[in-house]
Write a protein that binds this ligand. Structure first.
Ligand code: UDP
Ligand code: MN
Length: 376
């Protein structure tokens, strides 16, 4: 018979149980007693009181094991919760998998009244757009004019376009110039091609600007339509500073002029003389668009250039020049042929205008120049 050593000197309370001089009894002997007692072995049965102690001790033991389990469970749950909170925070900050019900931007207008999206950083998932676009196996033409002294901008323009413009797509650069010898020798990436188109060095800089429309119209009908699906036309006194991709492509896309963003139509510098083909009444107009960056399908760009060139020609016959040259005719055209995408000023920025809080990216920026020096 195993001697039961538990002293009853200790006061009886559940809380004192674990320290009840229990150390004197080996856990093995205690287990054996308990087991025996539970099995109904009378030889090990020491008495009702001792049995109660044993049961309580066993309960404490079970409780401790349970507590350990609960502790492990609690710690695991807390860790899991932290992971879930972190992940959802991360997801909510990641546009790629953001809920389609959450508005993308609330600090800027993202939709025109004719339901064309306004393209701002943070309003679209580029991966989706790019994958969709790739299915069409489309080519994009980038039209630029580098006449007379403006060839000086070519090097930076092309180098930055190689970094940021339509990465991963087939691109044709169409350079209208009177100085082909000035075109820098830049190594183009795969699937990117450069075409030189001879253009007249008009004496007056105004004529160079006006003639852009006629040149685009003619060359689209002659060459561009065979080689590309989309056309993008930009100024050359600019450089790419961040990603510019297929988000700008659609039937017709025009950029809001940074100087007139958020302004009322009455201060837009539209042509206000009724005699001009570019005339826009004071009570009309959506945005003042910049002609330094626009895009569209070959067909839409052809139509735009053709109508503008016709307006310019008619004005010329009347002996009038629109206030902002081809840009005035461009704005007139867009008033009655609404763009299907409106590009935010991210696509034609000038650092002289600082960095307003709504501007998250400066994708295409003006290179400073001295108008008098370069145009004469
Ligand atoms: N341009 C040109 N040579 C000139 C004047 C103008 O090639 O002598 C082209 C060039 O592509 C330029 C565009 O016409 O970017 C518009 O002119 P500019 O950039 O001077 O106009 P701004 O941006 O100052 O209104
Ligand atoms: Mn310019």
């Amino acid at each position: 018979m195993i001697e039961y050593q538990l002293s009853t000197r200790a006061p009886f309370s559940t809380s004192s149980l674990p320290s009840l001089e229990y150390e004197k009894v080996s856990s093995q002997s205690c287990d054996t007693k308990l087991h025996a007692a539970l099995e109904g072995d009378s030889e090990h049965f020491v008495g009702t009181r001792s049995m109660t102690i044993l049961r309580k001790m066993e309960q404490v033991k079970i409780l401790r094991v349970k507590c350990k389990k609960y502790a492990v469970l609690t710690v695991t749950s807390v860790l899991l919760l932290l992971v879930v909170v972190y992940t959802s925070f991360h997801i909510s900050n990641n546009i790629n998998i953001q809920s389609p019900y959450v508005p993308r931007r609330t600090d800027v207008n993202v939709l025109t009244t004719w339901l064309a999206p306004v393209i701002w950083e943070g309003t679209y998932d580029y991966e989706i757009l790019n994958e969709q676009f790739k299915k069409g196996n489309h080519s994009i033409g980038l039209i630029i004019f580098a006449i007379k002294k403006y060839t000086r901008f070519l090097k930076d323009f092309l180098a930055t376009a190689e970094l940021y413009f339509m990465q991963g797509h087939r691109v044709h650069y169409y350079i209208f110039t009177d100085r082909p010898q000035d075109i820098p020798n830049i190594a183009l990436k795969e699937n990117r091609f450069l075409h030189v188109i001879r253009s007249k060095p008009y004496k007056r800089w105004q004529d160079i600007l006006f003639q852009r429309m006629k040149n685009i119209e003619t060359q689209t009908a002659k060459q561009f339509y065979k080689e590309v699906d989309y056309l993008v036309s930009t100024d050359i006194d600019m450089k790419f500073n961040d990603h510019v991709g297929v988000e700008v492509l659609g039937n017709l896309a025009a950029t809001i002029h940074l100087g007139f963003y958020g302004k009322h139509r009455t201060i837009f510098s539209y042509e206000r003389r009724q005699i001009s083909e570019a005339y826009i009444p004071w009570n009309e107009g959506d945005f003042y668009y910049s002609s330094a960056f626009y895009a569209g399908t070959v067909k839409e760009i052809y139509l735009l250039a053709k109508v503008c060139a016709e307006g310019i020609e008619k004005d010329k016959k009347k002996g009038i020049e629109a206030i902002w040259h081809e840009e005035s005719h461009f704005n007139k055209y867009l008033l009655y042929h609404k763009p299907t995408k409106v590009l935010s000023p991210e696509y034609t920025w000038d650092n002289n205008f600082g960095t307003p809080s709504y501007l998250k990216k400066k994708r295409f920026i003006a290179v400073p120049k001295n108008h008098n020096e370069i145009r004469n």
